[in-house]
Design a protein around this ligand. Sequence first.
Ligand SMILES: NC(=O)c1ccc[n+]([C@@H]2O[C@H](COP(=O)([O-])OP(=O)(O)OC[C@H]3O[C@@H](n4cnc5c(N)ncnc54)[C@H](O)[C@@H]3O)[C@@H](O)[C@H]2O)c1
Ligand SMILES: [Zn+2]
Length: 357
Amino acid sequence: MKRLHIGLADRGYDILIGSGLLDSLGRLIADVRTPSKAVVLTDDHIWSLYGDRLTAALGDLPHRVLVLPHGEQTKCAEVYAQALSFCAQNQLTRTDMLIAFGGGVIGDLGGFVAATYMRGIDFVQVPTTLLAQVDSSVGGKTAIDLPEGKNLVGAFWQPVLVVADLDLLQTLPSREQAGGMAEVIKYGAIFDSALFAKLEAHPTWETLTPILDEIVYACCDWKRQVVERDERDTGDRMLLNFGHTFGHAIEAHGRYTDYIHGEGVALGMVLAAKAGIRLGVTPVGTDDRLESLCDSFGLPMTDRFPAAALTAHLALDKKRAGSALRLVLLRAIGEGYVHSLPVDEVLSLAEDIGDAN
Ligand SMILES: NC(=O)c1ccc[n+]([C@@H]2O[C@H](COP(=O)([O-])OP(=O)(O)OC[C@H]3O[C@@H](n4cnc5c(N)ncnc54)[C@H](O)[C@@H]3O)[C@@H](O)[C@H]2O)c1
Ligand SMILES: [Zn+2]
């Protein structure tokens, strides 16, 4: 088992990464807190696969479980209110605990419930997707969606413990495995050329599985460094948006159904590399390296999307961002930086690279 400490003054906590951790969850929790009872939030997929094991793992800790429908639509105000009521009906007090057992949807929702129920109670994250293990469970951002947009309501609220059991990732649908890999590749691209090279040397899920502990640890460690410097997301965290500006445009173009988030990010990273090459800041061939790595992990690279779709969505950003957009570009693999560009230049870049793709 690997242990990573997130050092945030009085809100520091550990992330545990390893195989078979789920079955020791009760003991791992007892090492950091002694709640008298707990509420578990989870979704139907995860509960049908792992419910019995979780119950056994909690041992003597009395707990009630709220099993929610899987999918992004669960991260909404109605389900949030339902979860708060569930806590109240089970007389959860400020010395008790919430356990978020699931992917990013359950983690974001559960974290926001924990942040707000009785003005904040302890919570433990047990992330079950690769995206949640390397990204959403680290950093303390919690949120729900509104009909007007994603993640519009939320809070910064740190868990008291994160338990990432790598074995759980083996039951993930392959599309979700690949989607999580897009974020892993992102860490390599912006921060860590050695990580990127390691992925190139283990370019499939099967070959990567034996070293997943190192990989997940490396990603969490990069996010840790960013979060410790910039807990409230005012500057440094911006680098983590590599691939996301174009990626969000692609997700929107697919009406949020054709592409899962990681697929948009993967295509967005390749486009950002192409943009950097056109601007003369990114070495030629970086786009090909990113593309072949994403492709080897099963991220769809061949789809065509019209430049107009990219520019239409980016033009919306114009209203939000004012006259300049901050794009994350690469000086090299492993070296991301923030590049401010007039929105109109980004639009014409997007037209070029959108067509080129
Ligand atoms: N808080 C943050 O910093 C942050 C960062 C990135 C993303 N997010 C949020 O994360 C969410 C996406 O998270 P996600 O990709 O984990 O999606 P998700 O939670 O919807 O999980 C994806 C699917 O996989 C299933 N699943 C989960 N674990 C499984 C397992 N071990 N075996 C089999 N099936 C399993 C789920 O039931 C679901 O159908 C979005 O809402 C996004 O906004 C938050
Ligand atoms: Zn992302």
